[in-house]
Design a binder for this molecule. Structure first.
Ligand code: C2E
Ligand code: CA
Ligand code: CA
Length: 601
């Protein structure tokens, strides 16, 4: 499927540059990989995006050192793209930097430039990963080394090796090799009000009284393993810093507000706990995560860091392990108790609803499936967002019950739909903890047996964020569901923490591209490219692809032209109660589908 990897060793690198790269620890294979990555990248577009990302820094530098100097330096900086084709580039870059430095450079600019370059390359190359899955694993170390190289270069040291040593001493915590508190300071960038929020998630490992029996080597080993496990959870563009013996901070730029930081915190917590189990010390310590956002909770690294720590302290006071500062999910204690009571009551009374949202096939417009989405209306008439509902169920330890209720409802609904002459399939959503419930596959098989439903009609959706990559139990639950004949869909694809290499191992049958990418397709070429390559890659792996968040006719047309299999979104229909759905379905399949135009090229 992917032959790039095979030809890598034959992509030559000019020798002078090869030496430079080798001086930064890039192996021959990594150098070839870098070259192959450039080759398969739209360099002009990458330059443009890098330019856009560097612009704010340029403005900052220009204010102090003058426009012309700053422009020259940043222009040289852009040539990092395709640098192995131009051996003179590092020297030119160094010269421009010196000039800028003499004219007064803002503090920390070198690290910021490196961080922006690294982040842009990572996101950009990551977007290309669809066709480069075998290079995937090499991407992160390569790009980080480019970052080191840049900082080394810019620090203007006599030798690159010296600069790197200085950099390591200043910004890297020696035991774990992770960036330290000073590095966090450098990479922090306040977000503006109109930008997506960035988050700091502060993780603490707290040793219990029983830890007194441990020797310090055991503790150190645990700390290293926890740090590693947390770092593995970082998305491309995130940085995990070690800020104390037993404390780490994940800096997640652009992660957005709302539930994403919450999910990221849960993922960190899970990873850390798993690491403690792996070293056999889980009984001696607990973990907690507090999060805070910029711009919401502050515009400086210190402010956000302290807010994250305060949130963590508040969580511990309340007997919880996760808390994100800010209004969302921060129910007042009294209200929380009230909601919890209602929630349990609702579970008991089966008071939750499932609404159905159609999924249509793009080849012929037929609606052969729908997604079942949880709805809860509280006694006072207010609706609770399903994301909040799921977060609460996880917090209260009631997820297993909630999921079973959803599965039961959905299977009963499938049977009822058949009776009404609507023999479609349904997809239900699973949460993270469901995948660690070894009895779930058995429960589902009993439910479909009770209602005499063919397993093919029930698909289970899971998000990347909810899964522990390579966790044997998770994988076995998924494999059992698929072997039983169910569809398994990877939901919200593109927003999580997984790599494509992992996707290849995941026994899924479908992939749902997150709405974030779909919605921006008409405006941004990059998102179009991502969607197109994800469609191709997924189909190459034998997965069918569903695009979410189709809100406009344009989205639909683009997706059809790309050969995407199916679509879901407000443009087609909103989630609706089952009765409304039946009426919608009859109407759609008689009127709309007949008028479906054939796919044009
Ligand atoms: P999801 O699985 O990604 O579900 C799709 C969400 O996108 C739904 O939000 C749906 O209403 C919304 N949506 C559909 N089309 C469009 C569109 O064109 N534009 C936009 N902006 N949004 C669109 P909803 O119903 O609020 O559900 C949110 C999330 O809650 C779901 O995201 C899923 O992660 C979770 N969830 C819902 N029901 C369940 C459930 O039964 N169990 C579990 N574990 N999670 C659930
Ligand atoms: Ca879903
Ligand atoms: Ca989704």
């Amino acid at each position: 499927m992917n032959r790039l990897y095979d030809i890598l060793p034959f992509v030559p690198v000019p020798t002078e540059v090869a030496d430079d790269l080798a001086a930064h620890g890039l192996s021959g294979l990594e150098q070839s990989a870098l070259r192959a990555l450039w080759h398969s990248t739209d360099m002009a577009a990458l330059r443009d995006r890098l330019h856009a990302a560097l612009e704010p820094l340029e403005a900052d530098a220009a204010m102090r050192a003058g426009d012309a100097l700053a422009a020259k330096f940043f222009n040289a900086c852009l040539d990092v793209v395709g640098w192995e084709l131009d051996p003179a580039w590092p020297e030119r870059m160094r010269a421009q930097w010196l000039a800028l430095q003499l004219a007064a450079v803002p503090v920390g600019l070198s690290a910021r430039v490196a961080s922006v370059v690294v982040t842009t390359l990572q996101t950009d190359l990551a977007a290309q990963r669809a066709s480069l899955s075998a290079l995937d694993a090499m991407l992160i170390p390569i790009v980080s080394r480019i970052g080191f190289f840049l900082v080394g270069l810019l620090d203007g040291a006599a030798s690159v090796a010296e600069a790197q040593a200085r950099l390591l001493a200043e910004y890297v915590e020696p035991d774990s090799g992770l960036p330290n508190r000073a590095a966090l300071e450098q990479i922090f960038l306040p977000a503006e009000a109109d930008e997506p929020s960035s988050a700091m998630l502060a993780v603490a490992l707290m040793w219990g009284g029983s830890a007194i029996v441990l020797n310090s080597a055991d503790r150190d080993r645990a700390r290293i393993e926890v740090g590693r496990a947390l770092a593995k959870r970082a998305r491309a563009g995130d940085s995990l810093c070690r800020v104390g013996d037993d404390e780490w901070v994940l800096w997640a730029p652009g992660i957005g507000a709302g539930v994403r930081p919450q999910l990221a915190a849960a993922a960190l917590l899970e990873a850390g706990e798993q690491a403690m189990r792996n070293v056999g010390l889980a009984a001696h310590a607990t973990l907690a995560v507090g999060g805070a956002l910029t711009p919401e909770d502050g515009g400086t690294s210190d402010k956000v860091f302290n807010a994250a720590r305060r949130a963590r302290a508040a969580a511990l006071r309340e007997g919880r392990t996760i808390r994100i500062a800010g209004p969302e999910l921060e129910l007042e204690r009294a209200e929380r108790v009230q909601i919890e009571r209602e929630f349990i009551e609702a579970l008991r009374n089966n008071a939750f609803d499932l609404h159905l949202q159609p999924v249509i096939q793009l080849s012929d417009g037929e609606c052969a499936a729908a997604e079942a989405l949880l709805r809860w209306q509280r006694a006072d008439g207010s609706a609770v967002s399903p994301l909040l509902l799921v977060a609460m169920a996880e917090q209260f330890g009631l997820m297993q019950q909630l999921t079973r209720l959803v599965v039961q409802r959905a299977t009963a609904m499938l049977s009822e739909l058949s009776v009404q002459g609507v023999p479609i399939g349904l997809a239900v959503n699973l949460a993270g903890s469901d995948l660690r419930d070894p009895e779930l596959p058995e429960f589902i098989s009993q439910a479909i047996a009770t209602w005499r439903i063919a397993p093919q009609r029930l698909t289970l959706e899971l998000t990347e964020g909810s899964m522990i990559a390579d966790d044997a139990q998770t994988m076995s639950v998924i494999a059992r569901l698929r072997d039983a004949g169910h569809g398994v869909a990877l939901d919200d694809f593109g927003t999580g923490y997984s790599s494509l290499a992992w996707l290849r191992r995941l026994p899924a049958t479908r992939l749902k591209i997150d709405k974030m990418f779909v919605q921006k397709m008409p405006e941004t070429a990059q998102d179009r490219a991502i969607v197109r390559s994800v469609v191709q890659l997924a189909q190459g792996l034998g997965l069918s692809v569903i695009a979410e968040g189709v809100e406009r006719e344009e989205h639909l047309q683009m997706l059809r032209a790309m050969g995407c299999d199916a679509a879901q979104g407000f443009h087609i229909a909103r989630p609706m109660p089952v009765d409304a759905f039946v009426a919608w379905w009859r109407h759609w399949n008689s009127e709309h589908q007949a008028a479906w135009p054939p796919v044009s090229g």
